[in-house]
Design a protein around this ligand. Structure first.
Ligand SMILES: [Zn+2]
Length: 292
């Protein structure tokens, strides 16, 4: 999960059209029984979300090009809340800041779950002014919705980068092992530690590790140190690119580069460790790579 910039004040035209305004009014009457209008929340909105999220799932960062089908996910569920007597956030059914692209797996795992911190208070439908909603109260970062203290991270208003830690075996964990840790709960709710995701992330790590081993073998067998340094630099530039936001599992890319010792050096024999560590440190010194 990574931060994404979306202008909440400029939704796609369809979401502020007369037709959608009527649907919102309908939802206010029908509440949790309102059926989503597939014209309003359809292909145009999905395409706008896909573009902003580089065609990746907002939660697990799986690329839709790699087989994941992206759905329009309601961050705050529109029909009921799991484990509570609540009709859901039906008034946010067509709210741009409440819509995220999610793969089928994350979407169905999350379903209508939306846990809050123990001190958070579930929001009620905002007071209507002349029968209409105040959009300001519907924005995901509005005071009233933030006061709920959601445990689910929102890629457009939080910095999920601070709350999740990726490890060389493909697993992910929250910063703290307590129930109200936002990273931990988001991982649980969306099952970001499901086996196929862990394996997919591990595959990315293994591919880079295999390349390091190849380079080391070449160094021993035939090529000189100079050639090794040149090729290792090229490898690290490629590793840096794994962090670009359009890459699948790009947050893992950040960890692979920044925690290079843990991800790669420690997996090598003693001699390999010395050579690779030195080459990595030299690269960092020369390029002064500083990431947040
Ligand atoms: Zn996903």
């Amino acid at each position: 999960m990574i931060s994404v910039t979306k202008n909440h004040k400029e939704p796609p035209g369809i979401l502020i059209s007369d037709r959608c305004t009527r649907r919102i009014e309908q939802a206010l009457v029908e509440k949790g029984k309102h059926e989503l209008c597939r014209n309003c929340c359809g292909v145009r909105v999905r395409n706008a979300l896909k573009e902003l999220y580089h065609n990746k799932c907002a939660y697990c960062e799986t690329d839709a090009g790699a087989g994941a089908v992206l759905r329009i996910e309601h961050y705050r569920p529109r029909k009921g809340i799991k484990g509570e007597y609540h009709s859901g956030y039906y008034w946010l059914t067509y709210e741009w800041s409440n819509l995220l692209p999610a793969c089928e797996k994350c979407n169905s795992s999350k379903s209508n779950r939306f846990p809050l911190e123990p001190t958070g208070k579930r929001a009620a439908v905002p007071v209507l002014i002349e029968g209409k909603l105040s959009r300001a109260d519907c924005l995901a970062d509005s005071g009233v919705l933030r006061a709920e203290k959601p445990l689910m991270l929102h890629p457009e208003i939080d910095e999920p980068e601070r709350d999740m830690i990726f490890l060389p075996d493909g697993t992910v964990r929250g910063r703290a092992d307590r129930d109200w840790d936002r990273g931990k709960r988001t991982i649980e709710v969306c099952r970001l530690d499901r086996v196929e995701l862990v394996l997919a992330r591990k595959k990315v790590v293994d591919r880079f590790l295999a390349r390091i081993r190849e380079l080391l073998d070449d160094l021993v067998e035939q090529r000189g140190k100079k050639e090794f340094s040149r090729r290792f630099d090229r490898f690290l530039i490629k590793l840096l690119k794994a962090h670009e936001p359009h890459r699948p599992y790009s947050r893992l890319g950040w960890f692979m580069f920044q925690k290079f010792e843990l991800f790669f050096v420690k997996q090598l024999g003693k001699k390999g460790q010395r050579v690779v560590r030195k080459a990595y440190e030299s690269f960092r010194d020369r390029y002064k790579t500083s990431w947040k």
